[in-house]
Design a protein around this ligand. Sequence first.
Ligand SMILES: [Zn+2]
Length: 233
Amino acid sequence: MGVGGFRTWSGLGGAALDLVLPRECGGCGRIGVRWCEECAATLRDHPIRLTPRVDPGAPAWALGPYSGPRRRSVIEIKERGRRDLAEPLGDAVAEALTHLVRWGELHHPTRRPLVLIPAPSRSRAARSRGGDPVRRIARAAREVLPTHCVEVHSALAMTRGVRDSVGLSAAARATNVAEKIAVTRAGVGLVNRHVDVVLLDDVLTTGATAAESIRALARIGIRTNLVLVIAGV
Ligand SMILES: [Zn+2]
């Protein structure tokens, strides 16, 4: 067996390795990289202001519309368990927060701590996807921001009886989550603290989940400064 045999072996080894480590850009599918420069640049764009059908009760912002690398990466991390995308998405969220601070939408975190609250997800869904992706993204964002001024608290949880909202109308979505989001112990710990609160989610569709989350926090006196999502539909 000569060089040809070795090549065959190394080719198979490479293919096996690709099964273990996804080598496909999570934003565009380009082979050989986890996250390409072009997709990184697209997600670094200025955040955009959204006008959801259901008023969430706080200004809503997105990294951009639900298209291109934003759409693909959300699907990859949620449906295909691409945990490795939490890091690039966290970078993009950190970048957006930096813009929002610069634009005066948030206090500078050195003056008032910034609290990122991952929007609640149905716990069974989060478990089956290998952990809550939004919480991972929030933690990744905290790592690249001045970590002593940015906190991540899982302050909200879905109670039982919330269905997957895919395919539901705006009204049905609102009923689906109404009164079904509870503040956790971590959330109660935020009462009476002078912090800026950002509710973080992957996608904002009708605004129903964001509205219900903000209402749940408001009931115990926590004001949400803004909502930030990866993509706005
Ligand atoms: Zn890409």
